[in-house]
Design a protein around this ligand. Structure first.
Ligand SMILES: Cc1cc2nc3c(=O)[nH]c(=O)nc-3n(C[C@H](O)[C@H](O)[C@H](O)COP(=O)(O)OP(=O)(O)OC[C@H]3O[C@@H](n4cnc5c(N)ncnc54)[C@H](O)[C@@H]3O)c2cc1C
Length: 272
């Protein structure tokens, strides 16, 4: 991590974005930025903790599609989300993957999304439920992107400020996380959701892949693939190049992913 030379506390989202350059980072909860051996390279920090517009959790209805969303301010901590009476349980469950209460009090949803870690607590769930993000551009304009778009085209959005996250208020989503202990990094976090009758399976596989698995999801259209077929699909999916490491062999990880996909698909589709 580069030496931090400057800390500026922004009062508005517009001023935070205007200050953002290549060698700077937004300081949200600071759990990653201040971590020993942090992955964040920055010499200037822009504190965003005092921007009221990034707080709060409420419900809105999207005028375009009529869907009700829970809107979560980017500075909401994992604990704020867990304690909210309106956040759907599937997102609270994902926030509880962060085992430390102390860290949950500090770490924000915006920071977690911006980091795009392959052992992310939240990404698999956010991708599966088709979460949307509001992003503030340098000129102060707000654009909306789905979590998948933000992840895949991140270079385009890297200096933008995530202002809010929208998740469907009503959705059937199931997630599962595997780690050696509650405090350790996850080797695998998998989520499945049924959105508009279509199954969406997403995975965060440590040091391997973060994203949706559309080809495997499509195999569930009108049928239930066998365990053997799923194992074969996982093994032949070029994105899932698992390695042997301290978390297990590549063979074991493929097996774990395929049985988890079967299990989660069954949970969200009720055996169809
Ligand atoms: C011991 C330890 C273990 C951890 N294990 C995991 C783990 O297993 N999985 C995991 O996902 N995380 C892990 N983390 C990282 C971290 O705790 C979480 O990802 C957390 O959600 C980051 O949020 P933050 O608010 O603390 O981000 P910060 O540390 O404040 O910022 C992190 C990055 O996000 C950017 N950022 C912050 N807010 C915004 C915003 N609104 N818009 C755009 N960019 C923004 C910053 O520019 C910075 O680059 C771990 C951290 C520690 C200390």
């Amino acid at each position: 991590m580069a030496e931090i030379r400057q800390l500026i506390m922004a009062r508005t989202a517009e001023s935070a974005v205007a200050l953002k350059g290549r060698r700077s980072a937004f300081l949200a909860g600071g759990t990653e930025i201040n971590r020993l051996g942090s992955t964040v390279e920055a010499s200037r920090l822009i504190g965003i903790g005092r921007i009221d517009a990034l707080d709060g959790i409420d419900k809105i209805t999207d005028e375009e599609n009529g869907i009700e969303y829970v809107r979560i301010g980017a500075m909401s901590s994992f604990q704020d989300i867990i304690e909210s009476s309106i956040v759907p349980s599937y997102l609270k469950e994902a926030c509880l993957f962060m085992g430390s209460r102390t860290k949950r009090n500090m770490a924000t949803i915006g920071g977690n999304i911006a980091l795009r870690r392959t052992d992310s607590y939240l990404y698999a769930t956010l991708l599966a439920c088709n979460a949307k993000l509001s992003l503030m551009c340098r000129d102060g304009a707000i654009i909306r992107r789905c979590a998948k778009g933000y992840l895949e085209d991140h270079e385009e959005y890297r200096d933008m400020l995530i202002t809010e996250i929208l998740v469907p208020a009503e959705a059937t989503v199931a997630s599962k996380r595997y780690s050696n202990t509650a405090q350790s990094h996850a080797v695998l976090t998998v989520s499945a959701a049924e959105i508009d009758g279509v199954l969406r399976i997403a995975v965060a596989a440590k040091d391997t892949f973060l994203g949706l698995l559309p080809e495997i999801s499509a195999e569930f259209s009108g049928r239930i693939p066998s365990d053997e077929e799923l194992l074969q699909m996982v093994a032949s999916d070029g994105k899932l190049c698992f390695r042997d490491d301290m978390f297990g062999s590549s063979r074991y990880k493929r097996y774990l992913l395929s049985v988890t996909i079967a299990d989660l698909a069954k949970k969200v589709r009720g055996g169809r």
